[in-house]
Design a binder for this molecule. Structure first.
Ligand code: XLS
Ligand code: NI
Ligand code: NI
Length: 447
């Protein structure tokens, strides 16, 4: 990395990640931890480059705002871009650090909540002013770096006013406030050319049914989403809206429990055309599902949108948001994704380094490791689909429905009486192995 190359990356006054240049692909044999071994952005996997298949995004909140504070302890990460007490200066420093990091990583996208960009002001007017200023700054940075906004969203869960929910709050005054916030978040997403917009219902749910009218709250959530969608469409937004399911935390019962629940909700309230799903790995596991199960449920309904990449912990039952490392699990996920034509959105690292990973360089290791894991999974899944018996085996397993009476059954042409007659003619079915281990072997061989 020469001085001039770095100068184009470090657009702010300060270089926050000193001594680290552009992270490049060095191949499998490299021992440099600050290099990609598998993620080779230009490499073609079928018709598309790795970069295009994966469309990685950095999550502004965890990566630049996460301080390591937890319910038991104070912040552990004293990042230089968070030190100013002036909210405007702090927001600009944070953005300089963000664009420096994202550029050095060669990641094409980022994602934010409104108040990741800058602290909320004391009045709506002050907040408007702050967000106007910082998004002007973001626009300059985006244009200079080529980095794009994958999606924007609104933080409707941190402020005390939302303790009983935002769109599902029992008090109309709070719902109104949430509406004004989403309008502004949509405005800035559109201003920054955001491809999509996410709704994660942080406190859209309840703690106790005793004080909750669930039906009313769900109706309100639907009206709210319709309003948001109508407003955005009228103002030229043509991306997708994504709902991000999560079963619990912070509410005990979250309305967007899992993919199946969300799809049922979207269908019931006529939102299927505009809303798709943003599936997060750790949320899937909290709902007692695998990640690939949730992807498949979304794909079945034609609603497979985007991914929040992370992983949970096998022993702890909460949203630990660790960086993904499990190539086997990700390969299973990519079998689903590739079989359904890829993602509309991309892969946002909704993940944080551990509380005791306190060096700025740890953020690099985390993303490099996650991107390499995804690159391996993409390649393995592609090879499994293209160069192994996998697809044929799966098709073969259902071949008894391809013609004859099986086909008639699929087409709804048989009655239950027909089934009884057929069973009598055929007798006991011949036993057929499910061959799970053979399928597993196809994956182990590719990774
Ligand atoms: C929290 C969610 C959140 C959303 C964006 O668990 O994952 O980070 O992705 O609001
Ligand atoms: Ni998320
Ligand atoms: Ni999460």
């Amino acid at each position: 990395m020469t001085k001039t190359e770095n100068a184009t990356i470090v657009s702010g006054k300060t270089e926050f990640f000193k001594g680290i240049g552009r992270i490049i692909y060095e191949g499998r044999e490299s021992t440099n931890p600050l290099a990609f071994k598998y993620y080779d952005e230009a490499r073609m996997i079928g018709e598309k480059s790795m970069k295009e298949h994966l469309r990685f995004a950095v999550a502004y909140w965890h990566t630049f705002g996460g301080t390591g504070a937890d319910p038991f302890g104070m912040p552990t990460k004293f990042f230089p871009w968070l030190t100013s007490n002036d909210p405007v200066k702090q927001a600009k420093d944070k953005m300089d650090a963000a664009f420096e990091f994202i550029s050095k990583m060669g990641i094409p996208y980022y994602c934010f909540h409104d108040f990741d960009l800058i602290q909320e002001g004391d009045t709506i007017a002050e907040t408007d002013k702050r967000l106007e200023m910082i998004t002007d700054y973001a626009l300059e940075k985006q244009q200079a770096s080529g980095i794009k906004l994958l999606w924007g969203t609104s933080n409707l869960f941190s402020h005390p006013r939302y303790m009983n929910g935002a769109a599902t709050n029992p008090d109309f005054d709070v719902v109104v406030y949430a509406g004004s916030q989403v309008k502004r978040a949509l405005d800035i997403t559109i201003k920054l050319g955001g491809k999509h917009y996410v709704f994660w219902g942080g406190r859209e749910g309840y703690m106790s049914l005793l004080n909750t009218n669930m039906k009313k709250e769900l109706d309100h959530m639907a009206s709210f989403l319709h309003m948001a969608k109508d407003y955005a469409r009228k103002n030229g937004f043509n991306g997708s809206f994504f709902i991000e399911p999560k079963p619990m935390e912070p509410s005990k019962h979250q309305y967007d429990f899992d993919a199946a629940t969300v799809i049922g909700f979207l269908r019931e309230y006529g939102l299927m055309d505009d809303f798709m799903l943003n599936i997060e790995v750790n949320h899937a596991t909290l709902a007692q599902h695998t990640f690939q199960h949730e992807l498949q449920v979304a794909a079945n309904a034609g609603q497979l949108g985007s991914i929040d990449a992370n992983r949970g912990d096998y022993q702890n039952g909460w949203d630990t948001d660790q960086f993904p490392v499990d190539v086997y699990e990700l390969t299973e996920a990519f079998l689903v994704i590739l079989s359904h034509g890829g993602l509309i959105g991309g892969i946002n690292f909704d993940a944080k380094t551990r509380r005791n990973s306190t060096d700025p360089v740890d953020i690099f290791y985390a993303h490099i490791s996650g991107m390499d894991a995804f690159a391996r999974a993409l390649t393995a899944a592609y090879n499994i689909l293209e160069n192994t018996e996998y697809s044929r085996m799966l098709e073969e397993r259902y071949s008894s429905f391809s013609n004859g009476k099986g086909k008639d059954f699929e087409n709804g042409k048989l009655t239950l009486k027909d089934m009884a007659d057929l069973a009598r003619q055929q007798g006991e079915p011949v036993q057929k192995s499910g061959q799970q281990e053979l399928y597993e072997l196809l994956i182990s061989r590719q990774i």
